[in-house]
Write a protein of this length. Structure first.
Length: 195
């Protein structure tokens, strides 16, 4: 398969490219440190990227985790706008524009996060967008044509060594790969270590 990994320069992205490259053609995308760069908050940037790549079989997004964490008493509307642009609309853009280029039977996998299930006093400008992305995938997938699948991976924090409340890049990458290589659609893959 020809697979686009958006956010390939991050911790999860690097691991995904490594694992997927064993079996697939992988095109890594980041905002600045890849042969093809794009900013998913900019629709024109995405169109330019997809035009360069052409048709593809799968898209995985692991970018957009740079939301802002502030205490509830310091929250401002600007914190929510930032999260809405980076976590929410950037991923919606990837789906709406990517559907024009994806091959029949392809798949798109987005990223949310565990904080809408385990909120803390600093996650109010992040948690709602995780919940939105999970719900967006569940309501959008039955309406997509050409047997294109849409899923989301919801990871807990990623660290090098497995510990309570966190998961390793190797383990979280497996959830993204299961989404791409499997047959499910509308699924939220919970890559958590919270039990």
């Amino acid at each position: 398969m020809k697979i686009i990994v958006f956010g390939s320069s991050g911790t999860i992205g690097k691991e995904l490219v490594k694992q997927l490259s064993e079996k697939h053609e992988v095109i890594g995308i980041s905002r600045s440190s890849s042969p093809i760069s794009a900013d998913y908050t900019d629709e024109n940037s995405l169109i330019e990227m997809f035009e360069k790549i052409g048709s593809f079989d799968a898209l995985i997004n692991v970018a957009g985790h740079d939301t802002q964490f502030v205490s509830t008493d310091r929250l401002q509307t600007s914190h929510f706008r930032y999260g809405a642009d980076r976590k929410l609309m950037g991923q919606v853009n990837l789906v709406l524009i990517g559907l024009k280029y994806i091959n029949k039977g392809g798949s798109i996998t987005l990223s949310s996060g565990y904080l809408n299930h385990y909120p803390n006093p600093y996650s109010m400008a992040t948690s709602p967008f995780n919940a939105f992305i999970d719900n967006f995938v569940q309501v959008m997938h039955p309406n997509i044509k050409n047997n294109v699948r849409l899923n989301v991976v919801s990871p807990s924090p990623v660290v090098e060594e497995l510990q309570y409340g966190a998961i390793t890049p190797e383990l979280v990458a497996k959830s993204y790969i299961e989404s791409v290589e499997g047959t499910g659609s509308g699924k939220v893959f919970k890559a958590w270590n919270m039990d």
